[in-house]
Design a binder for this molecule. Structure first.
Ligand code: NAD
Length: 307
């Protein structure tokens, strides 16, 4: 397999993990981030990566986006959704006619944001269940099984996407080019719109949410609202699959604090706009009522303001 030139835009938890594993597998990876602490840590000590294969320290180039000069074959966007626009603006000088852009960020609207910067035939989107934590600057940890599904934004595939999928698989990140990746994106939006916002407004862990019958019922009801919108968009989403994924998290991810709760506790902006917010807006275009999703959207916005 020949080495691919890959730049990771947003080298936090997910960006560091994907970038680290791809670099370890022999690809030419550059990490681009605005966090001075992350840049200093990776430059001074390398990236400390812990996963089920063990712990190692990797030397990887890291810089601010405006300092980068290499136009990559793939730009993988891993900022939080509210920073995508600014991040893409800062790498405009790298965008060449051959560059492809991939977003595996959570939420809706990622392809639309990328389309302002790259030809739609060069944009890929997807969904990943890879878990990652930035334990400290320069230290990333990821444990457990995962799957990544991706597709070109026009619904197809091409040789470059197949090559990237092969690279991810070989790097230890199980990945599939899947024409139904948009179904997987919406099912994850249902999961995140339910669990992230409920944990954020109640300030409870996933396990604590699941231990209350009301918490479990609400999570399922929110997911059903989101998936009704997906069905109106013509997508063959599965309510059973979404409920099973939610139950699994409620039963087995007890101590987990979803990122939305972590963001509120740290007084940061959350990804609520691209989750519940985007669902409420899409529901409006179809004339579908999503009262629970809309209430959680409003509550998280209020909590953001208070923070
Ligand atoms: P994170 O906050 O750990 O990392 C985001 C990084 O983006 C940070 O290092 C930040 O400094 C950087 N950034 C912010 N503005 C930037 C800019 N203008 N230019 C360059 N970099 C910038 O977030 P994360 O947990 O890695 O999540 C990234 C995306 O992946 C989110 O959409 C999230 O929902 C999704 N996701 C996360 C997980 C997970 O387990 N962490 C799993 C699946 C999907």
């Amino acid at each position: 397999m020949s080495a691919i030139r890959i730049s990771i835009l947003g080298a936090g938890a997910m960006g560091s993990l994907f970038g680290g594993l791809l670099a370890e597998a022999g690809h030419a990876v550059e990490l681009l981030d605005v966090s001075e602490a992350q840049i200093a840590a990776v430059r001074e000590r390398g990236l400390l990566l812990r996963n089920d294969a063990g712990e190692r320290r990797l030397a990887i180039p890291i810089m601010r986006p405006d300092e980068a000069t290499t136009s990559p074959e793939w730009l993988i966007v891993f900022t939080k959704a509210m920073h995508t626009q600014a991040a893409l603006e800062s790498v405009r000088h790298l965008i060449g006619p051959q560059m492809r852009v991939l977003s595996l960020q959570n939420g809706l609207g990622n392809a639309e944001k990328l389309a302002a910067f790259a030809d739609p035939s060069r944009i890929a989107i997807g969904m990943t269940t890879v878990p990652a934590d930035l334990v400290a600057p320069g230290e990333v940890s990821s444990h457990g099984e995962s799957k990544t599904r991706m597709v070109m934004a026009n619904g197809g595939s091409d040789g470059a996407l197949e090559a990237l999928a092969a690279a991810l698989n070989a790097a230890g990140l199980p990945c599939e080019v899947d024409p139904d990746a948009v179904v997987a994106i919406w099912e994850k939006v249902a999961f995140n719109s339910a669990l992230n916002s409920l944990c954020a407004v109640t300030q409870r862990t996933v396990g604590a949410l699941g231990s209350a019958a009301e918490g479990r019922q609400l999570a399922h009801a929110v997911a059903d609202e989101v998936l009704a919108v997906a069905q109106a968009e013509g997508l063959a989403v599965s309510l059973e699959r979404a409920h099973a994924t939610i139950n699994h998290a409620l039963d087995h991810h007890g101590g987990h604090k979803p990122s939305m709760l972590q963001d509120l506790l740290a007084k940061r902006q959350t990804e609520i706009e691209t989750l519940n917010g985007a669902v409420v807006r899409a529901a409006g275009t179809h004339g579908i009522a999503v009262p629970r999703t809309a209430t959680l959207y409003a509550l998280v916005k209020m909590a953001e303001q208070a923070a």
